[in-house]
Design a binder for this molecule. Structure first.
Ligand SMILES: [Zn+2]
Length: 319
């Protein structure tokens, strides 16, 4: 009989749930908009509702457990949401225990960057590697690291908050309150903000006058059509990503760096610029590290969370 796990990806915008088998295949997937301002009771009720839909799609005894990926910082040793900025009321909240009470199944909890890294490692672009760095570039920047064939969790399970390494001394203010963070320069949000400001100052771009209607996609489309400012903005984004990735390559010596998240939809256009930054700026011994796009798209975290739920039931698991 095939065994399943349920993966939950709790985000500030969407909450998604999927029934995933041991090969990482999604059998059924459901989602709804997160009621982010309503507080933990309501959000956990949403998770229970989605989980029940999935349970009715298979024989309940075949479900090994539930894995939850949530934005951090989470203390995954204690099962606490320390402070989730995008979800109201999730401050020092006993997320794992409250979920276990409602779902009546074993629950594993993971910071979202680590869950997505595990998904890509087990079933996606990182399959077969012992050392990799996964970076999600979206509203913010997060990540997860696999080193020596094991998940790097660090103190409280909070390793991999790679968006908050400083790349510009005394630079732009970040969502975390710090200055000059990688996220404040290279996230999808930072890219759109920079694009809007530069377009407002430039008369000779096809995007002039588009104002708040400009998003990252429209800039990439304009660059594709040869717009000089849009091309410069895209090349600059690749440089900034390359700068952060080069530091991560020096720190962890991965075989590959995997880029996921919303902006990775444009990975084909960004890849050459990122790779060229690494080749020019990494120490010679690190210059051959490849940067690749995530293979599981928006499902890395869902599939990773499910994998963690089913593997954590096995003895002597290294996950
Ligand atoms: Zn920061």
């Amino acid at each position: 009989m095939s065994r399943f796990a349920i993966g939950i990806d709790l985000g500030g915008t969407q909450v998604r749930a999927a029934l995933v088998d041991e090969q990482g295949n999604i059998h059924r997937r459901v989602e709804e908009r997160t009621d982010a301002q309503a507080g933990p009771d309501r959000v956990l009720g949403q998770i229970r509702g989605l989980t029940e839909q999935l349970r009715s799609a298979c024989e309940p005894s075949t479900i090994a457990g539930i894995g939850v990926s949530a934005p951090g910082p989470l203390d995954t040793e204690l099962g606490l949401a320390l402070d989730i900025p995008t979800l109201r009321g999730f401050s020092n909240y006993p997320l794992r225990e409250e979920l276990r009470k409602r779902l009546l199944l074993p629950v594993s909890l993971e910071n979202d960057g680590i869950a997505a890294a595990v998904g890509e490692w087990q079933f996606g672009a990182g399959k077969g590697f012992q050392n990799l760095v996964y970076v999600t570039v979206s509203t913010g920047i997060g990540g997860g690291i696999i080193a020596d064939g094991r998940v790097v969790r660090g103190r409280k399970g909070m390793a991999g908050h790679v968006g908050h390494m400083s790349i510009v001394p005394d630079g732009l203010i970040c969502s975390c309150g710090g200055k000059g963070c990688f996220e404040a320069y290279a996230s999808g949000t930072a890219f759109t903000k920079r694009a809007r400001a530069r377009i407002a100052e430039c008369a000779e771009t096809s995007l002039a006058g588009s104002g708040e209607g400009i998003d990252s996609r429209s800039v990439f489309i304009a660059a594709e059509k040869g717009d000089a400012l849009a091309t410069a903005l895209v090349d600059e984004e690749a440089e900034l990503l390359g700068r952060g990735f080069t530091s991560l390559i020096h720190m962890f010596s991965p075989e590959i760096v995997i880029m996921g998240g919303g902006l990775s939809q444009q990975f084909d256009r960004l890849q050459a610029g990122i790779q060229s930054h690494v080749e020019r700026n990494a120490m010679p011994a690190f210059r051959d590290v490849r940067v690749v796009g995530a293979a599981l798209g928006q499902n890395s975290g869902l599939i990773g969370a499910a994998a963690l739920a089913s593997f954590s039931r096995r003895p002597s698991s290294e996950l």
